[in-house]
Design a protein around this ligand. Structure first.
Ligand code: NAD
Ligand code: UFG
Length: 331
């Protein structure tokens, strides 16, 4: 198939382009590079040993998106393009609502206009809010406490309504848990701007000596050791999940959790990193981060049964690959 990957130069998008090329698909990436670099596209081509087409465009711009659809016979769209920082979304709600929702509107309308029948969307476990773990796809979505989460819930709604009204439009809504790690080559990975918000890049930067020590946000949660529990998933497993979702996409709307189903606490991740790399991770316990929940992990049985997909890489591989990338890229 020929797949348009919106946000294809970004963290999850670039790994998914690699997986798509390796699975034999042709890839057109579209990205405005607001949170990524053009050289990532060249690295993806190098890893896969195949070329892809790249458009530096903003996918909220209807005319630019129209040009891409007019120039290529597109079979499916994977939509990664969006802003993703929860804290920033509270500061800049209108930017988040505009970018994340208008991009979904523009891409799905182009699909209608050009008869493109497959759409895979990057949603997030954040839509489950404070439901009881493990999170199951059938649960009611709980209002999230931040605009970012709302943009995911609204985009899910828009795509669901579009699929109901247009039976040829097949939609897969993928709810990611906590993507970490990097491609095994060390060529592509996650390189956040400034001080990282997320745990894994924070740990790698502490061990690299860029940051002093890890702050663990709270050790008084009702969890195994008091620290927050998350379902970390290797970004290449996540990338392969997208290929499976595309391959198995049938009529209607399908929602899948993409996680491992395993909860790991902050302290357990720190210990796994120390074991994988053979270093000590200096840390201190500080107060809880506002908005954090105690536990977030997936029930992954639906993706296993319907997509034949399961996450294969363990927490040690996630740490090792994150560290390899931290060591190989220069700021
Ligand atoms: P990322 O920022 O690395 O990638 C997003 C890419 O989209 C970037 O390359 C950026 O330049 C591009 N982009 C943003 N707005 C655009 C626009 N209007 N037009 C064209 N390009 C645009 O983020 P990521 O971690 O790869 O996340 C990808 C998607 O997955 C996002 O929608 C995010 O909300 C979702 N998601 C991420 C996580 C996570 O923890 N990383 C978890 C759940 C869901
Ligand atoms: N944490 C620390 N110290 C840090 C950073 C994080 O203790 O410096 C803790 C958090 O309190 C939490 C855990 O590590 O318990 C994971 O935090 P992350 O910031 O890495 O990830 P979140 O679970 O908060 O959020 C991520 C993405 C969201 C997405 C969500 C889906 O950032 O965009 O996963 O589960 F919606």
């Amino acid at each position: 198939m020929q797949i348009l990957v919106a946000g294809g130069a970004g963290y999850i998008g670039s790994h998914t382009c690699t997986a798509l090329l390796e699975a034999g698909h042709r890839v057109i990436a579209a990205d405005n590079l607001c949170n990524s670099k053009a050289e990532t596209i060249i690295k993806v081509e190098h890893i896969a040993g195949k070329d892809m087409v790249f458009y530096e465009i903003d996918v909220t711009d209807t005319a630019s998106v129209d040009t891409v659809f007019a120039n290529h016979e597109i079979d499916g769209v994977i939509h990664f393009a969006g802003f993703k920082a929860v804290g920033e979304s509270v500061e800049k709600p209108l930017d988040y609502y505009y970018n994340n929702i208008v991009s979904t509107m523009v891409l799905s309308r182009a699909c209608m206009k050009y008869g493109v029948g497959k759409f895979v969307f990057s949603s997030s476990a954040t839509v489950y809010g404070e439901n009881q773990v493990p999170f199951v796809e059938t649960m009611d979505l709980l209002p999230t406490t931040n605009p970012y989460g709302e943009t995911k819930a609204v985009s899910e709604r828009i795509l669901t309504d579009a699929a109901r009204a247009n039976p040829g439009f097949k939609v897969s809504l993928l709810r990611y848990f906590n993507p970490v790690g990097a491609h095994e080559s060390g060529l592509i990975g996650e390189s956040p701007n400034g001080i990282p918000n997320n745990l894994m890049p924070f740990i790698t930067q502490v061990v690299k000596g860029k940051l002093d020590r890890l702050q663990i946000f709270g050790n008084d949660y009702p969890t195994i050791d008091g620290t927050g529990v998350r379902d970390y998933i290797h970004v290449m497993d996540l990338a392969e999940g997208h290929v499976s979702a595309l391959d198995h996409l049938t009529e209607g709307v399908h929602i899948y959790n993409l996680g491992t189903g395993q909860g790991t606490s902050v302290l357990q991740l720190v210990r796994a990193f120390e074991e994988a790399i053979g270093v000590e991770v200096p840390f201190e316990i500080v107060t809880r981060r506002p908005g954090d929940i105690a536990e977030c992990y997936a029930d992954v049985s639906k993706a296993q049964e319907e997509l034949g997909w399961t996450a294969r890489r363990d927490i040690i591989a996630m740490c090792r690959d994150a560290w390899r990338f931290e060591n190989s890229y220069s700021d």
